[in-house]
Design a binder for this molecule. Sequence first.
Ligand code: HEC
Length: 171
Amino acid sequence: MIEKKMFNPRLSRFGQDKNLTVSRSKNLWLIITGLGFLIFGFALTAQAQTPLSPAAKQVLQVYLEIVQQEKPDFTGFEAKLGEKFYFAEREHSKKEDTRSCALCHGDDPASIGQHVTSGKTIEPLAPSANSERLTDAKKIEKWFRRNCKWTIERTCSVEEKGHFLKFLYSF
Ligand code: HEC
């Protein structure tokens, strides 16, 4: 096999012209390094921020307007507060258990969760890990209504929902 390669006319042509070989491989390395940086750059920006879906943008804008009607100096929703809300554990008034959003959606919203009563798998909540998430305003509201009632025995406030969505977009 090696012997065969040595007599490969294409290779021996390069062999004869050493300068040609060197400049070609140099160019190749430049291209590879350049591409590497490009891909790395894209990966960095993609990780820094997942772009909001049109539905999420719209929902967050409406939430913001509602909150600002009551609190004119409210500056915006914060992922940190959403995180706190996500992990907060609350004792249920009738059922003797402690509930949180993380109970079904898991400690990492970018990973798969598991429904605490049915045992069914729940796809990741973070849009960076699941592109179908937060793409439909009706669906977002429907699940907020259901899950908030189950978890905290009331509807979530608009402010809580805004922080929560910001948190999901921080992954
Ligand atoms: C008892 C289990 C359970 C708990 C606890 C739970 N969820 Fe969910 N959640 C679900 C299920 C099931 C779905 C829908 C499954 C699917 O779409 O894959 C869902 C979906 C959602 C969605 C829909 C996102 C989208 O656009 O697809 C939101 C938002 C959400 N949950 C918010 C919350 C919040 C906020 C809490 C805590 C107050 C919470 N969940 C607690 C089970 C739960």
